[in-house]
Design a protein around this ligand. Structure first.
Ligand SMILES: Cc1cc2nc3c(=O)[nH]c(=O)nc-3n(C[C@H](O)[C@H](O)[C@H](O)COP(=O)(O)OP(=O)(O)OC[C@H]3O[C@@H](n4cnc5c(N)ncnc54)[C@H](O)[C@@H]3O)c2cc1C
Length: 504
């Protein structure tokens, strides 16, 4: 078939989760003339990891996550990762605030209360070692302007006010401590994704197509020929795109492999599924208004950090506790058990075997998690909420996190718990691998993608001035300039209505 027989677009975004939705809206803001198509295999967007019940909805800002500030051998604390995540989350907030402000003028975006809610972020530790760590962390973090409002306590009466469910029934001799930051948030990334997709689909030359699956990628002189299967009516179509983003969540890896780009060689995926205990009993739910993060067990991976969370989804409050890890060979919650075996290639089998060899602790942890009984899960919950009643909690399945396996000169292969953007050298295709810290820092990840894949356009006056309009201050400025941080945060908080009382 001749080249001209294909529909031609500038941008194809594979998958309709928070990543593609964010990139699509950002690109259309920068260049409204771009012709763009989002292709989603499910019946709507935000069904996989971006669905509110498939993730914890924590607006990760480094306020409560103890694994972002691991202690060094000498006991000191490096706060770099917390500062980075915090200021990247402020980039996300600036983008959402910009969209909300525009929406006030022309109704193009949903209300902030539908997707972001102020919920204090707390860290909670037990035992003297944990207390020493938390105090050192508190002293290190509060020197930085992003964390100057953090409070610390070892006083049980104060903790009883901060987290009323967590003190009654606890051994009075148990040594405990907590920190609190009132400026934390719960984010419904599903509703946010839907607002973004709606905004996109109401613009000229932008379409969101569901029940369609990308099943072929072929490079040619003009970019990429993308093959798409129509899952509703059957049939196959092909579109020609100058740029393709593989925002397919856990399924980005097989698509990256399908593209055949050399930059994608050697990557593998290790899926870890999640489960939560969920409580909707209003009598219990109303007693906890916080996200309380603690420390992961020794030998367990960072995403297993236990937390007791207030969730606000579609105007209703619930509590989530977990996550409990599980093992499944699927790359998506609605994926296939063959996903993992089919992703094994001659170029990634070495790194995958090296990871299997070097991560015995992780394997042991996963086996223990998979084998654990309901009673054992409740016992873990009772370490947080001692008087938790079995009948108030039910087990729910969360999303899949496909951790990155990549080549490593020293070990042969390593397991990486963050995210990684893999882009072709010519910038014509990019894939997002990995899961954490995820949705909270989507905007920073997509800004990085734009710089790498649209280097010429980013230098243009049009793109530069639009970026300055959307982002009054980027993460690096926010990290170093206390006054600017406060100004920009105050403006975002006002537009996102985060200064108003948290919840009824
Ligand atoms: C248990 C858990 C807890 C988490 N907690 C948090 C948290 O508290 N805070 C936070 O910020 N982040 C959290 N995350 C991470 C966050 O959920 C993800 O980073 C984010 O949702 C990823 O968005 P995405 O758009 O990349 O993927 P997804 O939302 O998974 O979207 C990918 C889409 O691609 C589609 N797709 C796949 N293959 C194809 C194909 N071939 N053709 C067409 N469409 C395709 C899928 O159907 C899906 O809709 C958590 C994740 C998990 C699993």
């Amino acid at each position: 078939m001749a080249q001209n027989d294909y529909e031609t677009v500038d941008v194809v975004l594979v998958g309709a989760g928070i990543m593609s939705a964010t990139l699509g809206v950002l690109l259309k803001e920068l260049d409204p003339t771009l012709k763009l198509e989002v292709i989603e295999l499910m019946e709507s967007g935000a069904i996989e990891s971006s669905n509110p019940w498939n993730n914890a909805g924590t607006g990760h800002a480094g306020l409560c996550e103890l694994n972002y500030t691991p202690p060094a051998a000498d006991g000191s604390i490096d706060i770099k990762k917390s500062v980075t995540i915090n200021t990247q989350f402020e980039e996300s907030k600036q983008f959402w605030a910009y969209l909300v402000e525009q929406g006030i003028e022309n109704g193009s975006f949903g209300s902030p209360k539908s997707f972001i809610t102020p919920v204090p972020h707390l860290s909670f530790v037990r035992g003297q070692e944990g207390i020493d760590f938390l105090k050192t962390r508190f002293q290190a973090l509060t020197k930085h302007h992003a964390f100057s409002d953090m409070e610390y306590t070892e006083d049980r009466a104060t903790m009883a006010k901060w987290m009323p469910l967590m003190l009654p029934g606890r051994d009075p001799q148990e040594a405990i401590a907590a920190t609190r930051v009132m400026a934390g948030t719960d984010v419904n990334f599903g509703t946010l994704t839907k607002h973004l997709l709606h905004k996109l689909s109401t613009q000229p030359d932008a379409q969101v197509k569901c029940k369609q699956k990308v099943n072929g990628l072929e490079r040619n002189g003009q970019g990429w020929r993308v093959s798409i299967k129509d899952l509703q009516n059957g049939g196959q179509r092909t579109i020609q795109a100058k740029f393709v983003f593989l925002g397919a969540g856990g399924a980005a890896l097989p698509l990256l492999q399908m593209s055949g780009i050399p930059e994608g060689k050697g990557f593998g995926g290790f899926p870890v599924s999640g489960q939560w205990l969920r409580c909707d009993n209003p009598e219990v739910v109303k007693q906890h208004e916080a996200k309380v993060y603690s420390q992961a067990e020794v030998g367990s991976p960072p995403m297993s950090v236990p937390h007791l969370d207030t969730r606000v989804v579609d105007g209703k409050k619930s509590l989530l506790f977990g996550p409990y890890a599980g093992f499944s060979t699927k790359f998506l919650r609605h994926g296939s058990l063959l996903d993992l075996p089919l992703s094994i290639r001659p170029n990634n089998i070495g790194p995958m075997l090296a990871v299997a060899r070097d991560n015995f602790e992780l394997t042991r942890y996963l086996i223990k998690e998979v084998m654990q009984s309901d009673e054992k899960r409740l016992k873990t919950l009772r370490g947080f909420y001692p008087l938790a009643k079995t009948e108030d909690w039910r087990l729910e399945v969360a999303g899949q996190r496909v951790q990155i396996i990549k080549k490593d000169a020293k070990h042969g292969g390593i397991l990486q718990f963050g995210t990684e953007l893999v882009a072709a050298q010519d910038g014509s295709i990019a894939a997002l691998l990995g899961a954490s810290p995820g949705a909270s820092v989507t905007v920073s990840i997509m800004l990085d993608l734009i710089k790498r894949c649209f280097p010429q356009q980013v230098k243009s006056e049009q793109w530069r001035s639009k970026l300055n309009e959307i982002f009054p201050a980027m993460a690096e400025v926010l990290a170093s300039d206390a006054e600017r941080y406060r100004e920009v945060q105050a403006r975002s908080d006002e537009l996102l209505q985060l200064n108003e009382p948290a919840m009824a």
